[in-house]
Write a protein that binds this ligand. Structure first.
Ligand code: URA
Length: 238
């Protein structure tokens, strides 16, 4: 059994004090009846708690797959700019939620949002070598020499050596569509890798992390909850 205010607080972004106010104003029901006592003990497994008419989904952690649009910062909070976490509906927000792995502001595609710090740590750990697949449109043609350079491990302008990466030319031309597979995540890595070949990246989208692939039915800015079995796909090869 848990205190009502503590339970609600653990599932959202609001402080215990704010939640206390909502409860006292009659905004919370337990099994359909208004409860104005923040200290009321409830059983999260058996009781149905609603906050401002929304049923509280009680879970240890949340995991969302987001199709990130360009223009948003991939951080949990920013005083000036809109972030990926701002896309979550209030009922889906949690204290401590953040993007597990960053994309640049102008990059689109797959972002995992979670409040599970251990999972994020495992995803970001360099030892795990989780493969991430991206598609990009370049500002000029590339050929087999670029594919070989990626496979050998590009040395960036500042001398940093990248691990071998996959480059596949999906559509040739003046503005080719390519697919890149990385097993690490350095700052602006793809843009810097193509920079060494005098190529710019006009458009970039992450399409998968491990075997977890972006659900293309999600429009940009939309997200969906993931289940435990989806999360395990992160640690399988794509
Ligand atoms: N590489 C980049 O250059 N940008 C991203 O957002 C991700 C990978």
């Amino acid at each position: 059994m848990e205190r009502l205010d503590k339970l609600i607080c653990s599932q959202g972004m609001r402080s215990r004090r704010e939640i206390g106010g909502v409860i006292r104003r009659g905004g919370v029901t337990v099994n359909g009846a208004v409860c104005r006592d923040p200290a009321r003990k409830v059983d999260p497994a058996a009781d149905t708690v609603s906050v401002e008419r929304e049923v509280l989904r009680v879970s240890a952690f949340v995991y969302y797959m987001l199709n990130k649009p360009a223009g948003l910062l991939c951080v949990s909070r920013d005083p000036k700019a809109e972030t990926v976490v701002d896309l979550l509906r209030p009922a889906d927000r949690r204290r401590g939620i953040f993007p597990a792995g960053r994309l640049d502001r102008d990059t689109h595609g797959l972002v995992l949002l979670t409040d599970d710090g251990d999972l994020a740590h495992r995803i970001l750990s360099p030892k795990k070598h989780i493969k991430k697949r991206y598609q990009a449109i370049l500002d000029g043609p590339v050929d087999g020499a670029a594919v070989d350079a990626f496979a050998a491990g590009v040395v960036l302008a500042d001398g940093t050596r990248c691990r071998p990466a996959g480059l596949c030319i999906l559509q040739e031309g003046e503005h080719p569509l390519v697919e890149i597979t990385l097993c690490e995540g350095k700052y602006h890595q793809i843009k810097r890798m193509f920079g060494t070949l005098d190529r710019g990246v006009d458009w970039l989208k992450r399409v998968s992390m491990g075997a977890l692939t972006l659900d293309e039915s999600l429009k940009e800015g939309e997200y969906k909850s993931l289940e435990k079995q989806d999360i395990s796909l992160l640690f399988k090869d794509c």
